[in-house]
Design a protein around this ligand. Sequence first.
Ligand code: PLP
Length: 399
Amino acid sequence: MNSISEQEVLQFRQETKGTANLTHFNNAGASLPPDEVLTTMINYLEAEATMGGYEAEAMYQPELLRTYDLIAQLINADSDEIAILESASAAWMIAFNGIAFSKGDEIITCEMEYVTNLIGFLHVQKRDGICIKVIPNDEYGNFSLPALEEAISPKTKLLAITHIASGTGGMMPIAAIGAIARKYGILYLLDACQSAGQVPIDVKEIGCDMLSVTGRKYLRAPRGTGFLFVRKEIRDQLRLTAIDGFNAEWVTTTAYKLRDDGRRFELYEKNRALTLGLGRAVAYALHIGVDRIWTRIQLLSASLRQNLETIDGVTLHDTGKQKCGIVTFSIEGITPQEIKIKLAAKKINVSVAMAKSTLYYMDKNQLTSVVRASVHYYNTEEEIDGLCAAVLEISKLLP
Ligand SMILES: Cc1ncc(COP(=O)(O)O)c(C=O)c1O
């Protein structure tokens, strides 16, 4: 697969005003949106203010509905399997809390699982008496498929996996895990928060039943957006935690009927400008091609790792065979927080990944925090050189 050409990168940067004055390596936090995402939202808010909210919605209805088609295309689902929500956590919780657990049921997860999800497991453990099993990565940081199969029992109700953890560059073998979920007929909930827009995602190939995503990270959509995929065959298995006159229809004074599509998991009111912004960001990614985006992200992140490795005092923390655009490291003698501040003074954005976000993994590797430099396709080799030069300078100035 051809990667993105330098000329295209230049064009994407010209279409992204945020790239003009800073180096943004916090794409795993929130990417810089393309300018057209911003104008789409501003124009819609302008229409709301000048026409009226309901009238603007009616005018933009085809475009609003198209957002569902675009998301479906992005993950190879059907449009009626998508709910648009405000975050990945909101999406994940709607799916997870929809599952009816009984005492003794088991949830199997991985050590890369995200904090929201882990707290969710603990909550139902306390409430329903379920059992949580965590499959540890092997010594090279790879997920063990045999260990997963061994852990499955007749009581296993859910496989819950985070594809890409928030604080390390390794990736889970989600399609192989999906094959095991299908073999044993177990529900499979995938946190693809860091993956959508970075890695091609095909829910049919992965074989997941539910998938949660945020908009603001690799999709370059606005903050406050996300979506949930629920495979239509399992829609009726999930309990609803919130019902209004949108996701249910009042049939008689004593009966109601739930919506029969993915929007069953939404409520009526939402920010329509954000929905349009999300749609525009997904269209932008589709236009480039997520497979091409993924190729470039792998090239750039490999180059960043290679460069960082040559600097004395720098330790890389990404493990596992397959790595993504998230690059984590530390410098001996200085805290990640201080490194972040020093880089910010040079207009380089990175973030600090804290142990609490990926507690099993960080605890096991005795890490409290690490610097996270996350690359996207609009970053350049020159920016990587700039970051590495700044890291070298920081490490040289240490006492
Ligand atoms: C792996 C992973 N899952 C879920 C989330 C939560 O996403 P949101 O903040 O959109 O709820 C994050 C956020 O960093 C994440 O990295």
